[in-house]
Design a protein around this ligand. Structure first.
Ligand code: ADE
Length: 217
């Protein structure tokens, strides 16, 4: 799988690409990530990428030309172009699994007041990571990349994926590690019992209860 991230702030991705599971996935060849500064595609003398809105109003609007040229030069038949915007479709684990099947994901990060509306005509999908406004699409691009990359075969332990939150529409069960008593806070007896049937039943019950409780809040 290849992910191309189109941004005006490539340095924001340095930490994301160079730590932990994402770094390992890249070095194992599980995913290829390219960060493209779409300012490089501007044909204006001063590499302009934004301008004031027609009709007046606050802020700057991302222009069509650099983004159209950038997308047109990297897009293939296997690409899905995703615009990151607060008014897009709400991202979730189901969409993460759909993106896993895409050979080439192009994530377009906005900034400032937003995109010229006509840019929407060359994207396949508009996605939001939640009902709040961020300063740009870079964090959403990292959120989406991270959630998809960890699903790629061989990136993390398969067992971890089986029982995690949102599988079977349930949250994950609570987990504990040593010591069994920390400052009087005890690990539930059942987990120390060695009885795997009971442990499984306990975990299922916890997943159901947690889901009911969290969905009530
Ligand atoms: N850009 C700014 N806020 C955003 C959000 N919540 N989701 C996706 N892109 C964004």
């Amino acid at each position: 799988m290849k992910i191309s991230i189109l941004t005006l702030f490539p340095n924001m991705f340095d930490g994301f690409l160079n730590e932990s599971i994402i770094k390992r996935a890249i070095s194992k060849g599980k995913v290829q990530i390219e960060i493209i500064n779409f300012r490089d595609y501007s044909t204006s003398n001063n590499n302009q990428v934004d301008d004031t809105p027609y009709g007046g109003g606050a802020g700057m609007v991302l222009m069509c030309q650099p983004i159209f040229d950038c997308i047109e030069s990297i897009k293939t038949d296997e690409s899905l172009v995703v615009m990151l915007t607060p008014d897009g479709k709400k991202y979730n684990q189901t969409i993460a699994k759909e993106f896993l099947n895409i050979k080439h994901l192009i994530l377009l990060c906005g900034h400032y007041e937003g995109f010229d509306e006509r840019i929407k005509s060359i994207v396949d999908m508009q996605v939001s990571i939640g009902d709040y406004i961020l300063t740009g699409g870079e964090l959403p691009a990292m959120v989406i990349s991270d959630s998809v990359i960890r699903l790629i075969d061989g990136v993390i332990n398969k067992d971890s994926l089986l029982s995690e939150s949102f599988e079977d529409n349930l949250y994950d069960y609570p987990v504990y590690t040593k010591p069994s008593n920390f400052r009087g806070l005890e690990v539930p007896d059942v987990l120390l019992s060695g009885d795997h049937k009971k442990i499984n039943e306990w975990r299922i019950e916890k997943r159901i209860n947690k889901t009911k409780y969290l969905n009530k809040e």
